[in-house]
Design a protein around this ligand. Structure first.
Ligand code: C5P
Length: 416
């Protein structure tokens, strides 16, 4: 599989199969065109029963072909397949995956897939029963063995009133994962199966009164990216989420929503005993008001808000490390902390990161540089992965998904 080197302008093929989730395929196309990539949409005949050719042609700016008998003068399936840097199939139906597993080439999409050597990302969408059917399970396994990245679908509302696993991931998730697949297909190696990964994400908020709080800028993006990649690598994932931007739930993850640091601590401690990996990526409020005012505080020079006495919150990460040492967990989890550092005249962000790794007693610490609009709320991130054995890996500026994959690589390596 040939990974792309220049990710600024990829030739992306968006394959669309005939399932109800095809109505979201135009948004998938948009995700790529807005990032400056050139998109060729290849729908199946049945996909066009859900979304018209005109929509795909207008959004992609490229001609739409469903059979190999169109564009024959240029042998279009061969050209499109050979030129593609990335193929994303959204949605992929059970039928399309069966045809792919068989190596059939009975339409433009399957023929193109047989020609292509680039990373192929498949976003399944079907009813839970079809997803769990032994035939589909076997086909997914076959495709994964061939290096095709078959994404785990989301749990959620299906076509009818029912819910369950089988819902297509949101276009934004598909695009982020596919962009990582384009450059680093091995980020999707299914090496976390059997592991339970517990991740804290977002920021905690400490109420001052019923309408005001002390909080921080965390968007939850890095924690959700970690959850997303861990789930795609086969892990069972639990996310304890404080305040986060409106982000789609990572595929199959259980999300426990909390507000304050003490609520986050309680939720982490409850799940931690069965976790194999614990990642504290949340931006935790270190202090909380000593007293919470029960009714909305009034403004004015004599307002109770002019002087707020703060008390220190528990350090959740340090507490988890202590519990592990005390042997109260069923397993010996690998514990990962985060450090957002600015550096100052006394030390670089990296020096502060090393000191923090030692102080907190965790196994791995992701140290990133913040300030000047870096890290918080953005989709990109950079940093160093430090481990307790002195290992130090620099992660260059890139997507939070790429950083998540690199961090999970380090965790996997350390556990080996
Ligand atoms: O000490 P500092 O806040 O820089 O440490 C950051 C790391 O510690 C992060 O992993 C964060 O989630 C965790 N932390 C915590 N409880 C706190 C403060 C930070 O678990 N009260």
């Amino acid at each position: 599989m040939a990974a792309a080197t220049n990710v600024d302008s990829l030739k992306v093929v968006v394959g669309v199969a005939g399932g109800i989730a095809a109505f979201k395929a135009p948004s998938v196309v948009r995700q790529f065109t807005e990032q400056g990539h050139s998109v060729t949409v290849v729908p199946t005949e049945s996909a066009l029963r859900f979304v018209g050719e005109t929509t795909f042609a207008a959004l992609s700016g490229n001609v739409i072909t469903t059979t190999v008998f169109e564009g024959v003068d240029e042998v279009r399936h061969v050209r499109v397949g050979q030129e593609a840097d990335l193929i994303v199939i959204a949605p992929a139906t059970a039928d399309l995956m069966a045809r792919m597993a068989m190596g059939r080439a009975d339409d433009m999409l399957t023929a193109t897939l047989l020609v292509a050597t680039c990373p192929v990302v498949v976003a399944p969408a079907m009813h839970t029963e079809m997803w769990h059917h032994p035939a589909t399970v076997a086909n997914v396994q076959t495709l994964r063995q061939r290096g095709i990245i078959v994404l785990e679908p989301a749990h959620g509302r299906l076509t009818g009133k029912d819910t369950g696993p089988g819902r297509m991931l949101e276009p934004e998730q598909i695009a982020s994962l596919a962009m990582l697949a384009a450059t680093k297909p091995r980020a999707f190696t299914r090496d976390l199966e059997e592991l339970h990964v517990l991740i804290s994400a977002g920021g905690t908020r400490e109420p001052l009164d019923p309408v005001r709080f002390i909080g921080n800028r965390s968007s939850g993006r890095q924690g959700f990216a970690l959850a997303e990649i861990a789930a795609q690598r086969g892990a069972k994932v639990t996310v304890v989420a404080g305040s986060v931007d409106s982000l789609p739930t990572p595929a199959g993850a259980t999300v426990i929503s909390v507000e304050t640091t003490r609520e986050m601590e309680a939720a982490m401690n409850e799940v931690a005993p069965t976790a194999d990996v614990i990642i504290m990526s949340a931006a935790v409020a270190d202090y909380r008001p000593e007293t919470v005012i029960t009714s909305k505080a009034k403004k004015g020079s004599d307002s109770e808000l002019t002087t707020i006495k703060l008390v220190e919150n528990p350090d959740i990460l340090a507490g988890l490390v202590q519990s592990r040492t005390a042997g109260v967990f069923e397993k010996q989890p690998t514990i990962v902390g985060f450090a957002a550092e600015t550096g100052d005249e006394n030390g670089t962000p990296l020096e502060y990161g090393r000191a923090k790794l030692a102080r907190k007693g965790c196994d791995v610490l992701l140290c990133n540089v913040v300030g000047d609009g870096k890290a918080f709320g953005t989709t990109d991130n950079a940093g160093w992965i430090l481990d307790k054995n002195g290992g130090e890996t620099e992660v260059e500026f890139g997507s939070k998904f790429a950083l998540a994959a690199a961090l999970l690589d380090s965790v996997r390596q350390l556990r080996n």
